[in-house]
Structures are given as structure tokens and as C-alpha cells.
Design a protein around this ligand. Structure first.
Ligand code: GLY
Length: 715
């Protein structure tokens, strides 16, 4: 077989499946559109709605084919210790939603492997799920000898992306790297943990929808989901022993060698560090390009942990300054043709990584000293457990993610009290939550409306501030109920869902409308509105008088002045963003914002304090645009058309096919669902009241925060 570069394999795969009738589809973001998953970990993730028949693929395609960027984090500790585990990898896949199935798929996989890639058939091994005789017969019909086919159980040959959702039995294809790579055990066979049999392709026969109770409901159609690890197949095609010696990853190991003076292959400990630096620099680059920022929770935590693990390993090889940015440039160069978003955001990615690494660099030495002292103390006392409070302090004061402390401690034979650590974290979170609750008047949980089967609420508030609506559901914040009445006095915390509403729900950083809902028998004052994931607008009200029932016909009226005050702040925010870009540069992205009737807060990406002179210029530009009396127009259009207009999307946000675009005479054009004034003159005037870094007390990687206020009322 011939040497093939990673890029060539990717292209050959995608064009092969295109020729079979699959639509070439872009990789989805690493932030999945799926609350059950933290990160996109497989090619099938973006296609779940197609497997569930909630979406249909247009004719004449028989399926889709992708090169999907993936991050898997269930085994971060292993990464670097083997040649085949990576935290970031690309998955080549093809997907059928009821069109082709096992027979076609196996034939194509065999043809692609042996004819397109030219893999010698005698080196290929196939596993199937325990009782899947049908697939055994299919492989045999394709000429695979019986002793190259084996059955494996659920752990290897039943595939699922997460606890629930589309899943099914699978058949895996292995490449025999040769006996010399084996563990020597007489039982060594595909599925063994050693390096002899390398699994490079998984064919999943997606037949079930896994339920929360552990049961499997058959899907309406039989589907195909496949995943081929691009780096693994590249290792095979390039005749090298590990993923780290393939073209893309080897170039990163090379940067590590240059930075540290270490020589790959000369020393096992140094190799481990070089591998970790190479792999992790890819994950963090791609994650940040998709809008993830380092934080202490969720995917931001994964990013922080990977970044800090890589930084520590660089230090272990003697680099004493921040270095990751130098690896990032090579990551971008090697992957930008397939993933142009990397180059698009390169300055931003480097800033985030540089800042996060510099922050950690400031505390890592002090933290390592403290940790080493703690470990010495334990050893002297013949103890082996690091206290939860100590782990918490290392995290809180020195930025050591739990898992990093755990890994370092384990290197010295010390365990950590994870439970104690989590207890400390919970205490800290509870303190923060109590603070938040003080500010949030809505104390209900979204599950409350989980059983509702009515149509989602229709929002009519772009065109009108008043509607005749029907009550669809009522709740006292605890349970759903048919009617709520006042006692002697007004009743707070009455939740009302209407069939249609003019009230804007808090969304996209814009505060909810206020107003009243009235009927023959009741007066409800609306204080907050939230939209549930199923699309119900929940109005949090005070029932000022009377009684309200499900089914009542009521009149909903938005407070016009309040709406206008919010609109002034929202349009001012668009002007502010455009002005910031004009003054500070194109790297400025909105990272969060909030507008209510009195103020706008705007978080954005910028890595030094904005100077007073810059603030004055920004404020002047915004006021100039107000005085120019510019028209604000709102249009719905296909997303492609909006992009052509140069409309700015929120970084990392997903949009449907049709988007709403708010345009201020071409000077500012943004995707936005909010409510706006019709002309900038209606804003009246604009003043920046403060600017600061989001993290109180210390500078963080993160976005800056600008608080600015348009005057709430015109005078
Ligand atoms: N979805 C198939 C795999 O990840 O192996």
C-alpha cells in the first residue's frame, strides 16, 4: 500500500462516499446541540434528529458523509501513555437514515479498505456483536475468512454516544500491525488492549433509541453510523507505529522537540510529555475556535484541564515561559484547509491560550511548592490521602484543576479525597447560588412544564404589544393547577402560559417585557417571562385580584414605555459593538450581554484594559450614530444571504436556516432576535459608566465587561 497524507485520506474518504450518493456535510461544532453531551465526541452527534426521523435528508441523497472534529475526555489520563488515544481526533463517517444498511455498508467498507486504501486483506480482522449472525455471513460473502471474524460483547460491539439516544450493535474493523506489536498472550486477538490489532473503523447499525430507564425502543428505520479514526488510519497508511508519528501530529511533536531540546524516542518520560503537548494543543485550539473558554465548569473545565496539563508537561521538560501559542500556529497550519475557522479566529485563539497559560504560569510554581510540601508532609506521616480542603485550596488559589492535582499526587503514590473536595466546591457553589437567587425572581424549575402537550406559545410581540390569548397552563411554582385565586391579598409567583403572547421572554441577553394580563375576572401583573426549551412562554405574575383558570380568554398587554427603554439599550448595544470593533479591532466579539430597561452590560473579547481615551472614542462614535438618526431595519432571511451581507453572528452560537437580521444602515449588521428602536435617534444619548475585567480581583483569560447605559427615558 502507498503512503497517504492525512489530508489525502480525508479527501479520498469523503469523495468515495459522495460517489455512493452521500451528501458531503460540514463538521459540526465541538459544542453539541444536545444537552445530554458535553462535547461532540462522534460524527453521529449532529445527525441524531435524522436517526429519530425528526428531520429528513433531502432527495436524492442516500446519506451523509463527514470529517468531524471530536473531543473525547473519558480517558485524559491515558492520553500520552499510548500511541493510539487522543483527546482530539477527526472522525471520518458516513450516515444512512433508513436508506442503505448492513449489506451495502460492509461491502463499501471492505472495498474502501482494500481497494481505495489498498490495505492487504490478510491483515484485516472483523468483529461483530455476540448474536449478529447476519453480519458474519455478510463478511464471509465478501471473502473474509472465518478465522478473521470474531464475536465480542457489549463493551466493544454495542455503540452509544451517551446515556440515551440512537444506538445499536456494531461491527469493527481491525488492522493487524504484526505479531511484534502484540502482548504475546495466546489469547491476543482483536479487542485485546495491546497494540497489535488496531481498530480503525466502527460500523454501527443504529437500530434503537436508548431510553432513560435503560430500555431500547426500536427506531422507525434501520440506520448506519460509522466512525473511522483519521489519525489511526493515517498511522497505518504512513507505516508508523503510533498516531504521534503521522504527518500532522509528528509536526507538533517536532515543535515540542524544538522548544525543549528533547528528542522524541530517546526517553519514555520525555516522550510522554511531548505527546501530551502535541495532542492537547490540538484539542485546546479547536475548542477555543468553537467558542469554548477556559472555566471551572463543564466544557470550559475540560479545556482548562487540558491546557494546564500541557503547560505542566512543557515545564517538566524545562520550558519556563509560556509556549503553547507556538504549538497552536502549527495546529492551525496543518488543519486550516479542512477547518478554516481556525485561521479565521487565529489571533483570538492565541490570545486566549496565551492569557490562560500566563495566568497558570504565575501560580504553577507556588502551587507546585505547596503541593510538594503537602505530599512530603503526608509521606512523613505515612499517610496517603490528600485532604479535600487542600485540593480545594490548590484549585481555588493556584488554579490547579482537581484532575491535575490527582494526577500529580498519583505520580507520588498519593490519593486525593475527592469527596471532600466536592463538598468544599458545593459549599462554594451554594454561596454563589444564594447570591444569584437573591437577584432572580423566578424560582421555578423547567421540569414543571415537562408534561405539557399543548403547542408551543406563539410569539406575536414583534408586530404588536397586545393580544387576545387563551391560558394554556397555570402553576403556583410547585405544581400545575387548573385555577388560582387571590385570598385576602395579591398572590405572587403565579405562572401563566398562554397560547400566544406579545411578551418578549428573557433571551439573547435581553430582559423580559413587563405589563399586564387582564380578563373579566382577574388582573395579573407580569414581572418576568422565560421561554422553556419546548417553547412555552412562562409569564411570572402577581395575581392582583380575582381568579384565573386554564382556558380563560384574557388580554395580554406589554408596557410600551418599558419595552422602549429596553429597545433603546438593545440598539445601543449594537452600536456599541460596532464602535468597539472600529476602535479596538476586529478581534472584538460579543461574549455575553444583558440589556434591561436601565442599562446594558456588554462582555466582549479583548485582552487588556480599554484605555480611558479608547472609551471616550467609543462613546463618541455611539453618540454620533445616535445623532445621525440612522434607520434600524429588521429582516428575516436565509442564513447564507445574511452571511453574505456580513451580518455578525454570536461566536459559537447555532442558528436555524432562516435568521433575523438587525441592520443599522449597513454600519452594524447583526443576527439578533431582540426588539429594537426604529431609528437610532430614539436612543437619545449614551454614556459608558464602567469598564472592567469580568473576574473580580484578578485578570482572567476571559472577556472584558463593559457596562454602559443609554438613558432609560428620553427627556
Ligand atoms: N459513532 C461511531 C463511533 O464513534 O465509533
Amino acid at each position: 500500500m502507498e503512503y497517504m497524507s492525512t489530508a489525502e485520506i480525508r479527501e479520498k474518504y469523503l469523495s468515495y462516499f459522495e460517489a455512493k450518493g452521500c451528501k458531503r456535510w460540514p463538521s459540526s461544532s465541538l459544542i453539541p446541540d444536545d444537552p445530554s453531551l458535553l462535547l461532540t465526541s462522534a460524527g453521529m452527534v449532529q445527525f441524531k434528529p435524522y436517526f429519530l426521523q425528526q428531520k429528513q435528508l433531502e432527495a436524492p441523497y442516500v446519506g451523509t458523509t463527514t470529517a468531524q472534529k471530536c473531543v473525547r475526555t473519558n480517558d485524559i489520563d491515558i492520553i500520552g501513555t499510548t500511541g493510539r488515544h487522543l483527546s482530539f481526533f477527526e472522525m471520518l463517517g458516513n450516515f444512512s437514515f433508513g436508506a442503505y444498511f448492513k449489506k451495502e455498508m460492509c461491502a463499501w467498507a471492505y472495498e474502501f479498505s482494500t481497494e481505495v486504501l489498498g490495505l492487504p486483506a490478510e491483515r484485516l480482522y472483523f468483529t461483530v456483536y455476540l448474536d449478529d449472525d447476519e453480519t458474519i455471513e455478510i463478511w464471509k460473502d465478501l471473502g473474509v475468512p472465518e478465522d478473521h471474524i470474531s464475536r465480542l460483547g457489549e463493551e466493544d460491539n454495542f455503540w452509544r454516544a451517551g446515556p440515551t439516544g440512537p444506538c445499536g450493535p456494531c461491527s469493527e474493523i481491525y488492522y493487524d500491525q504484526g505479531e511484534e506489536f502484540g502482548c504475546g498472550s495466546p489469547d491476543c486477538a482483536p479487542g485485546c488492549d495491546c497494540d497489535r490489532f488496531l481498530e480503525y473503523w466502527n460500523l454501527v447499525f443504529t437500530q434503537y433509541d436508548g431510553q432513560e430507564d435503560g430500555s431500547f425502543v426500536p427506531l422507525p428505520k434501520k440506520n448506519i453510523d460509522t466512525g473511522m479514526g483519521l489519525e489511526r488510519i493515517a498511522a497505518i497508511m504512513q507505516g508508523v507505529q503510533s498516531n504521534y508519528e503521522t504527518d500532522v501530529l509528528r509536526s507538533l511533536v517536532g515543535v515540542g522537540e524544538r522548544l525543549t531540546g528533547a528528542v522524541y524516542g530517546a526517553d519514555a518520560d520525555a516522550d510522554l510529555s511531548l505527546r501530551i503537548m502535541a495532542d492537547h494543543s490540538r484539542s485546546v485550539t479547536f475548542m477555543i475556535a468553537d467558542g469554548i473558554l477556559p472555566s471551572n465548569e463543564g466544557r470550559g473545565y475540560v479545556l482548562r484541564r487540558l491546557l494546564r496539563r500541557a503547560a505542566r508537561h512543557g515545564r517538566m521538560l524545562g520550558i519556563s515561559r509560556p509556549f503553547l501559542v507556538e504549538l497552536v500556529e502549527t495546529v492551525i497550519q496543518s488543519s486550516e484547509s479542512a477547518y478554516p475557522e481556525l485561521r479565521e479566529h487565529d489571533a483570538y485563539i492565541k490570545k486566549v491560550i496565551g492569557t490562560e497559560e500566563a495566568n497558570f504560569a504565575r501560580t504553577i510554581d507556588a502551587g507546585m511548592n505547596i503541593l510538594n510540601n503537602m505530599i512530603d508532609g503526608l509521606e512523613k506521616a505515612h499517610e496517603h490521602l490528600l485532604k479535600g480542603l487542600d485540593v480545594f485550596k490548590l484549585n481555588d488559589t493556584f488554579g490547579f484543576p482537581l484532575d491535575l492535582t490527582k494526577e500529580i499526587a498519583a505520580e507520588q503514590g498519593i490519593e486525593i479525597d475527592e469527596e471532600g473536595f466536592h463538598a468544599e466546591m458545593t459549599k462554594q457553589k451554594e454561596r454563589a447560588r444564594a447570591e444569584r437567587l437573591k437577584k432572580n425572581i423566578s424560582g421555578w424549575s423547567e421540569d414543571l412544564f415537562g408534561t405539557l402537550t399543548a403547542e408551543p406559545t406563539e410569539f406575536v410581540g414583534y408586530d404588536t404589544l397586545k393580544s387576545d390569548s387563551v391560558v394554556v397552563a397555570l402553576s403556583d411554582e410547585e405544581t400545575l393547577t387548573d385555577a388560582i385565586a387571590t385570598d385576602e391579598q395579591a398572590k405572587e409567583g403565579v405562572l401563566v402560559v398562554l397560547d400566544k403572547t406579545p411578551f418578549y421572554a428573557e433571551m439573547g441577553g435581553q430582559a423580559a417585557d413587563h405589563g399586564v394580563i387582564t380578563g373579566a375576572e382577574c388582573v395579573l401583573r407580569v414581572q418576568d417571562v422565560k421561554k422553556t426549551p419546548k417553547g412555552y412562554y412562562v409569564h411570572t405574575c402577581t395575581l392582583e385580584s380575582g381568579i384565573v383558570h386554564v382556558g380563560d380568554h384574557l388580554t395580554a398587554r406589554v408596557d410600551k414605555e418599558y419595552r422602549m427603554a429596553i429597545a433603546r439599550n438593545h440598539t445601543a448595544t449594537h452600536l456599541l459593538q460596532a464602535a468597539l470593533r472600529e476602535v479596538l479591532g476586529d478581534h472584538v466579539h460579543q461574549a455575553g450581554s444583558y440589556q434591561d430597561a436601565s442599562i446594558t452590560h456588554f462582555d466582549f473579547t479583548h485582552f487588556s484594559a480599554v484605555t480611558p481615551e479608547e472609551l471616550v472614542r467609543v462613546q463618541k462614535i455611539v453618540n454620533d450614530k445616535i445623532f445621525e438618526s440612522m434607520n434600524v431595519t429588521v429582516k428575516e432571511m436565509p442564513i447564507e444571504e445574511a452571511k453574505k451581507l456580513g451580518a455578525r453572528a454570536l461566536f459559537g452560537e447555532k442558528y436555524g436556516k432562516v435568521v433575523r437580521v438587525v441592520d443599522i444602515e449597513g454600519w452594524s449588521t447583526e443576527f439578533c432576535g431582540g426588539t429594537h428602536v426604529k431609528n437610532t435617534a430614539q436612543i437619545g444619548g449614551f454614556k459608558i459608566v464602567s469598564e472592567s475585567s469580568v473576574a473580580a480581583g484578578r485578570r482572567r483569560h476571559g472577556p472584558g465587561l463593559l457596562r454602559a447605559g443609554a438613558p432609560p427615558r428620553l427627556r
